[in-house]
Design a protein around this ligand. Sequence first.
Ligand SMILES: Cc1cc2nc3c(=O)[nH]c(=O)nc-3n(C[C@H](O)[C@H](O)[C@H](O)COP(=O)(O)OP(=O)(O)OC[C@H]3O[C@@H](n4cnc5c(N)ncnc54)[C@H](O)[C@@H]3O)c2cc1C
Length: 496
Amino acid sequence: MPTRNGAPYDVAIVGAGVCGAAIARLLSRYRLRVALLEREADVSFGTSKANSGIVHGGFHHAAHFLKTRLEVAGAARFDRLREELGFPFARCGILVAASHPDDMPAIEHLRAQGEANGVKNLEICSRQRMLELEPKLSPEVCGGLYAPDGGIVEPYRYVFALVENAKANGVELLTEFEACAAERIADGEAKLPLWTIRSSDGRTVRARFAVNAAGLFADAVSAAFGAERYEIRPRKGEYFLLDRLAEGHPGRVVFPVPNAVSKGMLVIPTVEGTTLIGPTADPVDDKADVATTQARLSRIVESAKTLVPSVSEKDAITSFAGLRPVLGEDFYVAPSDIADAFVQVAGVQSPGLTASPAIAEYVRDLLAGLGLDLTEKSDWNPRVDAPVRPRNLSPEERAALVAANPAHGHIVCRCEEVSEAEIVEAIRHGHVTLDGIKFYTRAQMGRCQGGFCTYRILRILMRETGMSFDEITKRGKGSRVIASELGAEGHETQRL
Ligand SMILES: Cc1cc2nc3c(=O)[nH]c(=O)nc-3n(C[C@H](O)[C@H](O)[C@H](O)COP(=O)(O)OP(=O)(O)OC[C@H]3O[C@@H](n4cnc5c(N)ncnc54)[C@H](O)[C@@H]3O)c2cc1C
């Protein structure tokens, strides 16, 4: 599958998580033909959809790691990105709470580490100052660290906006394209060596350069390209999502003092007004294992309560898990030493979301070092129109919107107040699975978790796409939501 005019691509990026999306968007700035290959039915369906959504404060890791440099540089890009791409992001600030005087040396260490990383404005706080900054903290708190520039982002909306902008600037997105084999073949009269990348369903893409941003499956992709052999091991993080009315909703991200394996279990105000508690950090064998367990969830609640005592399990509306793609302690972002014209973006666990804008710049420079010509386009447009959200408007603004488009007055998801016009917009932007619509609009994300609106969304999807009811899926292949006959689908099929 060559580009529209038959020429091969300059760059093929395997994986449309936050790394692949950020790289694609940045490369769309240059006169290049770029393909973004994603095995799922939509983008951001891997680790990038299930994480804490924090734009980190640059103090958790030591300066010698690549991830630290990229975290600090990436975090600084978010204001401009939000302005250009309109995704939900807020610099609400981060607190690290010490619950015992013995924790204060660790707090001092985090401050010193952050400062060595170039982070400004870090503040060591007394008990009183911590409670002033976050009155919902436990009265047991005895001091802590305040990072005012830390923030929160809606991760999937960030990825969707990156990809939407990349596509508007010429990047071609190929979904349900699972790269499973690749070889480098001399092509054409000039005998230019090109990657020929094959998908599991027999499609091919040719490209001069390839980037492996396949997250948990970067090891398989690296092997398919004949590049380095390594193993990505998943480490699961489970969460509880609390209702937007939960009393335990803090105004800032609250961390405990970190341990050797992880940053600990946190209380996170999401940018859309709900609260996340978690994550756990447990190695698992299966890269598809995102099950949650009552035992771990109870551990999360217990731990969150030590930070914010008003957190309550009764406010939980759902649980979910994400898998960290563990390779070593640091990111592995480098040109392959074995395969030509192949860049590895692997082992990107936390703070990968924060670092993503800087990962993109780093990869662009690596590609340039391998010989990719970077000539800027004169007509590159860095902006996308942020979707209209009636729930965020004043009554007057909302009335004007409904007068212009009555579908904005038809509320499909009552919990999150999502209108029919927003569902239609998601579909027109290519999000044609139930999960894609959920991540784009928040419909099905509220207290009833889709109990009320799923049927309505199905009807709109059928009307807008011409799909029949039994073609609609939750998240692509193998997840049809309604069977035409009892037992016609596998175990994932549900009958409504
Ligand atoms: C529990 C948890 C909490 C976290 N919290 C934070 C946080 O608060 N802040 C932060 O900065 N970071 C956080 N992270 C880290 C962050 O989520 C990741 O670093 C980031 O999402 C990794 O993005 P990625 O693009 O590398 O991988 P992914 O999002 O997994 O994307 C890889 C993509 O490649 C696709 N793919 C795989 N194989 C193939 C193939 N053969 N062909 C085509 N496509 C393929 C996948 O379907 C997927 O879409 C957290 C991670 C976890 C798990």
